[in-house]
Design a protein around this ligand. Structure first.
Ligand code: SAM
Ligand code: SF4
Length: 321
């Protein structure tokens, strides 16, 4: 479906849960003060599948499952298997913290997942434990290995760039791409939801980061990519830069987002939400389809962060990135 600004909307990002087995400091509040959505308010698999069918009927072929942590949702592999059978759905990907991936990679591949994005901000076990409030980096490293082994590739590694935290490791991330076809992506810290970084770590712009690597060569225009892609000469993989604050990617935006409690977000960086859960629980298939079409009509030309909008009320774990 084409929106009011001539963009083809063919991608739906579904947050299947707001729960997570980590508590990254830039994403969620510490345990104890987490304001989780009650289970009855979370969309059931039947509701997610019905919405996916409606989305496929208006030309959405690509799905990304995210969270919270999507792999903690009970029976997620069954959901994916059923989603993969919907006519018109031709790609299902996952964004995960990788903690449960070593055990699940094979089943995910078999159920129909094409590839995974794995979040990793540091290679240092102590720093990882600190930024995730208790995570074990070895599980993530084993998860990456398993994803490679079963072919959930090419793997993207998402790294939130934080001054004072991981800026001494950027070389290591870039060097990962020399031998292996990994897609490392540096993400600028976004002004979304919770942020427990205190004054210790700060925003670092992609411009500043890119300037540290003069040997990186642009890969050329990449349609529908949210990252500016670069490559070291002769390298197998690529290095991408995702800038939330630039308007750069809005012209290429091809997606809608669904929150785990059944709200459509036409734009990540806006507080506007359209309630689809009520329609899923009380309306016909045609009503669901019409609401999706209406949601595409609500997509804005570009976000308003630079014009003073925000911050976004929802924590990132309730949107999914
Ligand atoms: N739990 C999964 C994971 O961590 O990959 C999926 C959900 S997570 C919300 C999706 C992505 O959002 C992760 O790559 C995470 O690093 C990123 N993220 C979370 N909070 C962020 C923030 N404030 N600024 C930039 N990226 C953020
Ligand atoms: Fe969990 Fe992902 Fe948020 Fe970290 S970034 S707390 S892993 S949802």
């Amino acid at each position: 479906m084409i929106d009011n600004f001539g963009r083809e909307i063919n991608y739906l990002r579904i947050s299947v849960t707001d729960r997570c087995n980590l508590r990254c400091r830039y994403c969620m509040p510490a345990e104890g003060c987490v304001n989780l959505i009650p289970h009855s308010e979370i969309l059931s698999f039947e509701e997610i599948l019905r919405l996916t069918e409606a989305a496929a009927s208006i030309g959405i072929g690509k799905i990304r499952l995210t969270g919270g942590e999507p792999l903690v949702r009970h029976s997620i592999v069954d959901l994916i298997r059923r989603m993969n059978q919907i006519d018109g759905i031709n790609e299902i990907d996952i964004t995960t913290n990788g903690v449960l991936l070593a055990d699940m990679a094979e089943d995910l591949k078999e159920a129909g997942v094409r590839r995974v994005n794995i979040s990793l901000d540091t290679f240092d076990a102590d720093k990882y434990r600190m930024i995730t409030r208790g995570g074990d980096i070895n599980r993530v490293l084993k998860g990456i290995e398993a994803a490679e082994r079963v072919g959930l590739t090419p793997i993207k590694i998402n790294c939130v760039a934080l001054k004072g935290f991981n800026d001494d490791e950027f070389d290591d991330f870039v060097n990962l791409t020399r031998e292996k076809d990994l897609r490392v992506r540096f993400i600028e810290l976004m002004p979304i939801g919770h942020n427990d970084l205190g004054g210790d770590y700060g925003f670092i712009s992609n411009q500043e980061l890119l300037a540290r690597f003069p040997e990186l060569e642009p890969c050329g225009p990449q349609k529908f990519s949210v990252a500016d892609e670069y490559r070291l000469p002769g390298a197998a993989g690529t290095v991408g830069f995702i800038s939330a604050l630039s308007h750069h990617f809005c012209a290429e935006c091809n997606k809608l987002r669904l929150t785990s409690d059944g709200k459509i977000k036409p734009c990540l960086h806006s507080n506007e939400e359209i309630d689809v859960k009520t329609v899923l629980r009380n309306g016909t298939d045609e009503d669901v389809r019409n609401l999706l079409i209406e949601s595409v009509g609500h997509k804005v030309a570009h976000h308003m962060l630079n014009e003073g909008a925000g911050p976004i009320d929802r924590d990132m774990n309730k949107i999914g990135g």
